[in-house]
Design a protein around this ligand. Structure first.
Ligand SMILES: [Zn+2]
Length: 149
């Protein structure tokens, strides 16, 4: 959960917009909401997929930048690469470049994003690990579908 400074849609007063990501079943979801202490207005919204980069940036500032490593070699590398490609909606031609990064460190993002990928890969029997790469302060945030390899 991260908070962003935001203007109330009704009265314009500054409010704290709360944003969070989570996993619901097999989907990555995110949430934003606020309630205004000044006028009582509020907003609650949920959406499926990856939030806009400004929201991801705030989540990473709060929760740190996480990364995902795959510990597989042999035939299971291909299973892992195909699952990653499908999860990230990358073109089929990217399977080769994903394969070059396995075994090893594959991808960085928010904790929920990495947990979601881990869950998808674990369901295919892939040995995968996520961990906190660094407490993020000002470094650039990798876009979720950034090219791999
Ligand atoms: Zn208000």
């Amino acid at each position: 959960m991260a908070t962003i400074s935001y203007s109330c849609r009704e009265c314009g007063k500054t409010v704290r917009l709360q944003v969070a990501q989570s996993i619901a079943g097999s989907e990555l979801v995110w949430h934003r909401g606020y309630s205004c202490e000044n006028c009582g207005a509020g907003e609650e919204m949920d959406d499926i997929g990856v939030p806009p980069d400004d929201i991801r940036y705030e989540i990473i500032k709060t929760e740190g930048l996480w990364h995902l490593s795959i510990h597989e070699d042999g035939k299971r590398r291909l299973i892992a690469a195909k699952e990653i490609r499908a999860a990230l909606n990358l073109p089929f031609s990217d399977v080769k470049s994903i394969l070059r990064t396995i075994p090893g460190r594959l991808k960085s993002g928010t904790r929920a994003e990495m947990e979601w990928l881990k869950k998808r890969l674990s369901n295919k029997g892939i040995n995968v690990e996520i961990f906190l790469e660094h407490e993020n302060k000002n470094s650039t945030i990798p876009s979720f579908q950034q090219q791999i390899g």
